[in-house]
Design a protein around this ligand. Structure first.
Ligand SMILES: *Cc1c(COP(=O)(O)O)cnc(C)c1O
Length: 373
């Protein structure tokens, strides 16, 4: 029999686009005894989690739950539960995840109108309204924090535009929830999803989702069942909500972690947490600019506090610096995607990772590595 080495992964400081550093309290929650998926004690914890999720999303929506899976499962659950084959949908795409939403909606048989902008730009309400007025869609989908570009999409007014044209508003809040102001009710968002491993400071594996009463009516009026049985938000509601009907064997361990991550959000207070993310991001931006580096999103008001894109100087080997950050400093940062591949680094200051000491360490490491090629 082959005996394998004892598990011993190196400790990394996760300052990339996710996963982010997990808070010690969440790590402790992961070690609690496993409960069955139909245990009344687990139902109590699920109920706590729903309440905490409503707080984090800033919503009074009855439907707030976490899909088993990563952020992409949240995307598939929301799009697949709200859209039917033949439905029209407008997808605003100015980065990797916007294009992914369009791709997914297309796979589900929706008729997709993709509105595109350069990677790093955001959409104006006028641009969104023009697209929605022309396409008359069932839904309009947009990424709040586009992790591939570092650009933060202003959401004000988009809910009214959607309503004026009888459309639902769907928002990707994967990189914003718990780190950047998210106002589901205030913005009039009908369907939103996130991930546990970004600003909520948990390991990946749970995707928070919330759906408005208006969107639930749309789900109830479907002519055929949702795209994917496993990600059908109506079936998931029957497990998370009243009947607690068996749907799948949810990981109680990941529920504990998410609940603890959300408890930390509530204890810190959303506003204080947003402010912490903003202050540490500003410190990072100042430091990078003081080193002579150029941020990919020029307007600070359009930058995501939890995810910064910084241009790689022409003479620098992008992958080599990233590799040395990992090997010499134990720090992970991200590479560019799509047209930004090789052109930017992506630095995440998410959740428990958004700390002054991490900013200083990363800046000092970058100074060192850029000086000693
Ligand atoms: C990370 C991310 C996703 C996908 O999440 P996974 O957890 O990798 O499945 C989707 N949208 C955005 C904006 C993201 O940053």
């Amino acid at each position: 029999m082959k005996v394998f080495d004892e598990l011993n992964p190196p400790e990394r400081l996760l300052l990339g686009p996710g996963p982010s550093p997990v808070h010690p309290r969440v790590m402790r929650a992961l070690g609690a005894p496993v409960l069955g998926h139909l245990d009344p004690e687990l139902f109590r914890l699920l109920d706590d989690t729903r309440g905490l999720l409503r707080g984090a999303f800033r919503t009074t929506n009855e439907q707030a739950l976490a899909v088993s899976g990563t952020g992409m499962a949240g995307m598939e659950a929301v799009l697949g539960s709200l859209l039917e084959p033949g439905d029209r949908v407008v997808v605003c795409a100015a980065g990797f995840f916007g294009h992914r939403m369009a791709e997914l909606a297309g796979r589900m048989g929706a008729l997709v109108t993709k509105v595109e902008k350069e990677w790093g730009e955001v959409f104006t309400p006028e641009e969104v309204e023009a697209a929605v007025a022309a396409a008359k869609p069932k839904a309009v989908a947009i990424v709040h924090a586009e992790t591939s570009t570092g650009a933060l999409q202003p959401m004000d007014g988009l809910g009214e535009i959607a309503r004026r044209h009888g459309a639902l508003l769907i928002a990707d809040c994967v990189t914003s929830l718990g780190g950047v102001p998210v106002e589901i009710d205030g913005w009039g968002v009908d369907g939103a999803y996130s991930g546990s491993q970004k600003c909520l400071g948990c390991p990946s594996g749970m995707a928070p989702v919330t759906v408005s009463p208006r969107a639930r009516e749309v789900m109830a009026a479907r002519r055929r069942p949702a795209h994917a049985w496993y990600l059908d938000l109506e079936l998931l509601e029957r497990y998370w909500g009243g009947p607690h009907a068996y749907h799948h064997t949810i990981s109680s361990t990941l529920v504990y972690a998410l609940r603890e991550g959300l408890r930390l959000v509530a204890e810190e207070g959303l506003e204080a947490r947003w402010e912490r993310h903003r202050a540490n991001a500003e410190m990072l931006w100042d430091g990078l600019e003081a080193m002579g580096l150029v941020l990919h999103v020029p307007d600070p008001a359009r930058r995501i506090p939890s995810l910064t894109t910084v241009r790689v100087p022409d003479e620098v080997d992008e992958a080599q610096v990233r590799g040395r950050l990992r090997d010499e400093y134990g720090i992970e940062i991200g590479a560019g995607l799509g047209p930004l591949k090789g052109k930017v680094w992506r630095i995440g200051l998410m959740g428990h990772g958004s700390q002054k000491a991490n900013v200083i360490l990363l800046l000092a490491a970058l100074v060192d590595l850029l000086r000693r090629p």
